[in-house]
Design a protein around this ligand. Structure first.
Ligand SMILES: CC(C)(COP(=O)(O)OP(=O)(O)OC[C@H]1O[C@@H](n2cnc3c(N)ncnc32)[C@H](O[C@H]2O[C@H](COP(=O)(O)OP(=O)(O)OP(=O)(O)O)[C@@H](O)[C@H]2O)[C@@H]1O)[C@@H](O)C(=O)NCCC(=O)NCCS
Ligand code: ADE
Length: 283
């Protein structure tokens, strides 16, 4: 690469990494989220806190930067997939070191890592649909260096025969593209303040996601509670409306009663905030 292009790629990689980190922090701070860590407290989690989530988000900035830099203007091929897999695993190790071994953002690193790579593959200026499709192409490629073995997500995917984090990415992030982004833009257009529009986008994801975090902690009953509760919030006019706010409080109480936390949905909200800002005009 010539030196000027190199400098441009470095700057763009830095911007993508800072944006991805900011989206993680904005997701974590958004309040009130049902069952999740937010500015009020730890939700259904004993080992997580807002301070830890923010430390974790910052620990991932170098990984996002490396992912963007190494993916700059490259095609989705097995060589890039293996590089992205290696950088993802290194990023996860950094995150675990920063949190003392607590899994804060594994799913978020997966989703945002692929999207950061995809945005860089397309040279930084692509529209969000193209970025999601490029991320899906990467996710569909085999990573020969990936260790095989047990994960809590895979256990839920097999036990309940549902799609998990892998499938969400391989399908081009349908919960982000078809549900959360349209809801975010609709709520803004209807006059909702930004936090309410973001909470509505989270609700849109929760109406249909098979969140393996919820399944592992609370089974199909917990997942049903999450999906029905999120639908009730949106049917009541969303979180900008008093009735929607009441339905959200009921959903929070129900999630806590199930000891359930929609960590996968929270990751996809961060991905939504990223694509909202990186991928062009509202659709
Ligand atoms: C593909 C990987 C994400 C691995 O996925 P897998 O399903 O095999 O394994 P998990 O370790 O369970 O991670 C999946 C995480 O994805 C989030 N998630 C869940 N459901 C969905 C869904 N339907 N769609 C999208 N995303 C989803 C979720 O992440 C959040 O929850 C985490 C907390 O989870 P956990 O520790 O299980 O839960 P707790 O209840 O807190 O635990 P206890 O208190 O009970 O102990 C938190 O991290 C959130 O982020 C799932 O956990 C991916 O890791 C992978 O293969 N990476 C390889 C490297 C690579 O190729 N990277 C490329 C891009 S960088
Ligand atoms: N706010 C949050 N609370 C709990 N788990 C999460 N995973 C990602 N964001 C989260």
């Amino acid at each position: 690469m010539n030196p000027r292009l190199h400098a441009h790629a470095d700057l763009a990689a830095d911007q993508l990494a800072q944006l991805a980190t900011a989206c993680l922090i904005e997701e974590a701070r958004l309040t009130p989220k049902p069952g999740l860590v937010d500015s009020r407290g730890n939700g259904a989690h004993l080992d997580l806190s807002l301070v830890l989530m923010e430390r974790s988000a910052h620990s991932l900035t170098p990984a996002f930067y490396q992912l963007a830099q190494q993916s700059w203007l490259r095609p989705a091929d097995p060589a890039l997939r293996e590089t992205v897999g290696r950088l993802g695993r290194e990023g996860e190790a950094q995150m675990m070191a920063a949190t003392g071994g607590v899994n804060t953002h594994r799913g978020a690193l997966w989703a945002l890592g692929l999207l950061v790579s995809a945005a860089a593959m397309l040279g930084g200026g692509a529209e969000r649909g193209a970025i999601a499709r490029a991320a899906a192409q990467l996710a569909q490629l085999p990573d020969r260096a990936a260790p095989r073995g047990f994960s809590k997500g895979l256990r839920a995917v097999h036990r309940y025969r549902v799609p998990g984090a892998r499938e969400e990415a391989q399908q081009g992030f349908p919960h982000v593209m078809a549900l959360a982004l349209p809801q975010l833009h609709r709520s803004r257009q209807q006059g909702a303040e930004e936090p309410a529009a973001r909470l509505d986008a989270l609700m849109a994801i929760m109406t249909s996601l098979s969140d393996t975090c919820v399944l592992n902690r609370a089974g199909l009953a917990g997942l049903d509670t999450m999906q029905r509760g999120a639908r009730a919030v949106l049917a009541a006019g969303g979180t900008a409306q008093p009735a929607g706010r009441l339905a959200l409080a009921e959903l929070d109480a129900a999630m806590l009663a199930h000891n359930a936390s929609p960590g996968g949905a929270a990751d996809l909200l961060a991905a939504t905030l990223f694509l909202d800002r990186v991928g062009g005009q509202p659709n």
